[in-house]
Unconditional design. Structure first.
Length: 287
């Protein structure tokens, strides 16, 4: 089945949201972080490749930050981020190499790392809290935390983090001829171990009311199968500028944890904030 409007709007919003966190107005990243990668037998890496896990879960893919991630050193030789056979998995902080390279490589880098990770999810807030494990970014020094034999695998998230999901979509008749105003509500749960981060993220995005977001066709999503950058270097602002279609942030609402989520369901010392975005898109859904 071909991609639909919900695929396009959600992936486009994620790219915008991720880009905003590392933009000059937020700078939610740390530079020059000493990193080393160790071989791990990952469940999601095909037999044709080997995966090496670094100390950090999410690396900054955007080239517009103060010190962009340019590549890694493999056995002392620099391998650029545009290599055709070595993939940098920015979302999981991994390096993926051909199986022929072996499982005993010495891979290192000085990385720029996200201070606030971003995840797309289908779970609501209670499902997320009940079915997931959370670890703080300061507790990611062991690559074994991400092995397939550990409980801290694909359902383990590194905090601070933002979890994005589509909540509702409503087509409202706008004009004769079939034009609608499609209002898409995207909810973001912000989880952290400190109030400073929660308040900073909520305040930053509360000011984005009235912002236009470029809609990127789903098939042009800039990340590849290993969450590597398809075209290196990648800059969200440059990448999105080539697209004309936009959606408009009509409303932004922020709040802290509500009473509807009972305290016993919340992991100790995990604080929660919420952001709700109403995106308005003028379109002709029936044509």
């Amino acid at each position: 089945m071909i991609s639909q409007f919900s695929h396009n709007i959600f992936s486009s919003f994620y790219l915008w949201f991720e880009g905003q966190l590392v933009s000059s107005g937020s700078k939610a990243y740390s530079t020059n972080q000493s990193n080393s990668f160790e071989y791990v037998d990952f469940y999601d890496v095909p037999p044709s490749h080997y995966g090496y896990q670094g100390k950090f879960r999410q690396l900054v893919a955007d080239d517009s930050v103060d010190v962009p991630n340019s590549g890694v050193f493999i056995d002392g030789s620099f391998v650029s981020g545009d290599s055709s056979d070595v993939y940098i998995d920015y979302n999981n902080g991994r390096v993926i190499v051909p199986q022929s390279s072996g499982s005993s490589l010495n891979i290192t880098a000085n990385n720029t790392v996200k201070e606030v990770n971003t995840y797309m999810t289908e779970d609501d807030e209670e499902q997320l809290l009940l079915t997931s494990d959370f670890i703080d970014s300061s507790d990611t020094s062991s690559t074994n935390l991400f092995s397939k034999t550990s409980k801290r695998d694909e359902k383990t998230y590194v905090l601070p983090a933002c979890f994005l999901r589509i909540a509702t979509t409503d087509n409202k008749r706008l004009a004769l001829g079939g034009e609608d105003d499609t209002v898409t509500t995207i909810k973001v749960a912000v989880l952290a171990k400190d109030n400073y981060t929660i308040d900073a993220v909520l305040s930053f995005f509360a000011d984005k009311k009235g912002t236009c977001i470029k809609r990127v066709p789903y098939e042009n999503y800039p990340y590849g199968i290993f969450h590597d950058v398809k075209s290196f270097p990648y800059s969200y602002s440059d990448f999105s500028s080539s697209y004309d279609a936009t959606s408009y942030i009509e409303e932004v609402k922020t709040s802290k944890v509500s009473e509807s989520i009972s305290a016993e369901k919340i992991e100790k010392n995990v604080l929660i904030g919420f952001i709700e975005f109403d995106l308005s898109t003028y379109r002709y859904p029936r044509l």
